[in-house]
Design a protein around this ligand. Structure first.
Ligand code: CTP
Length: 437
């Protein structure tokens, strides 16, 4: 029998009204089809930990496909994988609900079954990775809010343990090595001894190297989206996972230093920057590769099947740091405009990486000033304004705007009037067309 606990109060206290409503509707729909619905996985775990998690995973005892089709008839967008009997429903918000099917044999199906215990749910949960992820909450009218915990997930969560459900967990799916390290660090859990042993033998046995490049890429991407990736990077190093994944990779204290700076700078600056979360993982990857030989760096790019755009960010980060240091260096004062023009066309994520990777203070400071202030500076006058001053349409207008940007960056002009005066003084030879003026 599963360990059961009534979570009704907790759900009212910790979940939004909207989430509770959605769960009720999902439960009712399942019942109207003589099925049962359960919330499972990370959602349940995070509810018990008091952490917000908007990713809702539902397991349907019955037929998940018929369940999703019923929502489709009500006008919701669904996408269904018939073969795996999984899919998702898109609710307004937008709010995505993932649906899986726990097959239920006919003889198991008395609708009036009084308990929530059932083999099909148990089997579904047993396929999962860790005990803390293998709990479910019943969503039916009568069993609403009942925690179903067959494998001691609740106890492990209380004691702060991350523990595999069974000894083949990592063998079945080696990406769970990444998941283990990620969850351990993010949720401040401690990997239980047997789990450490199993993870270690999965790594030592070379199972990680059997993963496809795309799966590794997706795990690395998720890992580097964690708020604090450094502890996970280090933990994977302790286990020797990086070496197995990317032979020849040198992950050392220099990596730590660059990653740490990257995290600090990103936190401090992200409000000043246009969103580049998409490339953030790439510059963390650059930090990971920073201390290795170019041949290793290139083989990692190949192994991960990076797209041309991703390769561009990574190559620029790694292979042009030296050139950037030359361009941005110099003992004396450098005018802000010189720095800005030197960085034209360089993605901001790459600038952030260079700021973290360089050991030259002066250059770091210049890059950070560029990221916090200078990259946003534009002249107040527009091309239209330049034409209105009487200059003729043509390349000169662009040239004037560039020069004006330089003047503004270097503090020669402040107000709009000063800009106008500056243009007229600097380009008198272009003889503003007084008629048009
Ligand atoms: N799962 C698993 N093995 C995997 C991936 C997922 O067993 N390789 C299971 C876990 O039980 C997990 C559930 O599938 O709880 C849903 O996966 P996902 O949404 O990726 O994970 P979450 O636990 O929600 O983790 P996160 O908060 O990092 O998204």
């Amino acid at each position: 029998y599963p360990w059961q606990e009534d979570l009704t109060d907790l759900m009212v206290r910790r979940l939004s009204e909207e989430t509770n409503d959605l769960l009720r509707r999902l439960g009712r729909m399942a019942e109207s089809l003589s099925m049962r619905a359960y919330a499972v996985g990370g959602f349940v775990r995070d509810l018990l930990l008091g952490r917000t998690n908007l990713d809702l995973d539902i397991v349907i005892e019955g037929d998940g496909v018929a369940f999703m089709k019923a929502w489709e008839r009500e006008g919701y967008r669904v996408s269904v994988h018939e073969r795996f009997r999984t899919g998702m429903i898109l609710f307004p918000g937008p709010r995505k609900v993932d649906v899986a099917t726990a097959r239920r044999e006919f003889y198991e199906f008395p609708v009036a079954q009084p308990t929530v215990a059932s083999d099909s749910l148990k089997h579904d949960l047993y396929r999962r990775d860790f005990t803390v992820n293998a709990m479910a909450i019943a969503l039916g009218e009568r069993d609403w809010g009942t925690l179903v915990d067959y494998f001691g997930g609740r106890r492990d969560l209380r004691r702060g343990f991350l523990k595999v459900l069974h000894n083949l967990s990592f063998v079945e799916d080696p990406t769970r090595v990444f998941r283990a390290v990620r969850l351990e660090q993010r949720l401040k859990l401690k990997m239980e001894e047997n789990t450490v042993r199993l993870l270690t033998s999965c790594v030592r046995g070379g199972l990680l190297s059997l993963l496809s490049g795309l799966r590794v890429k997706s795990e690395v991407e998720i890992l580097f989206h964690e708020a604090l990736p450094l502890p996970a990077i280090r933990r994977l190093r302790e286990f020797g996972a990086w070496e197995v994944l990317f032979p020849g990779l040198a992950v050392d204290s220099r990596t730590d230093r660059v990653v740490r700076r990257l995290t600090v700078f990103f936190r401090r600056l992200h409000r000043d920057l246009p969103p580049f979360e998409d490339s953030l993982w790439l510059v963390y990857l650059a930090s990971l590769l920073f201390g290795s030989d170019e041949a290793v760096q290139r083989s990692v790019m190949d192994r991960l099947h990076l797209t041309p755009a991703e390769r561009h960010v990574l190559s620029l980060s790694l292979f042009s740091l030296g050139a950037a240091e030359n361009d941005l260096g110099g003992r004396g004062e450098r005018r802000p405009s010189e720095i800005c023009w030197a960085l034209t066309g360089v993605p901001l994520a790459v600038c952030l990486f260079w700021a973290a990777a360089t050991e030259r203070q002066r250059i770091r400071r210049r890059l950070l000033l560029f990221l916090t202030r200078w990259h946003k500076v534009r002249p107040m006058l527009t091309g239209r304004d330049i034409l209105d001053l009487g200059y003729r349409r043509g390349p000169l207008v662009g040239k004037i705007l560039d020069a004006l940007l330089t003047a503004r960056l270097d503090g020669s002009v402040e107000t709009r009037e000063e800009e106008i005066q500056w243009v007229l003084d600097t380009y008198p030879g272009a003889a503003p067309d007084t008629e048009r003026k």
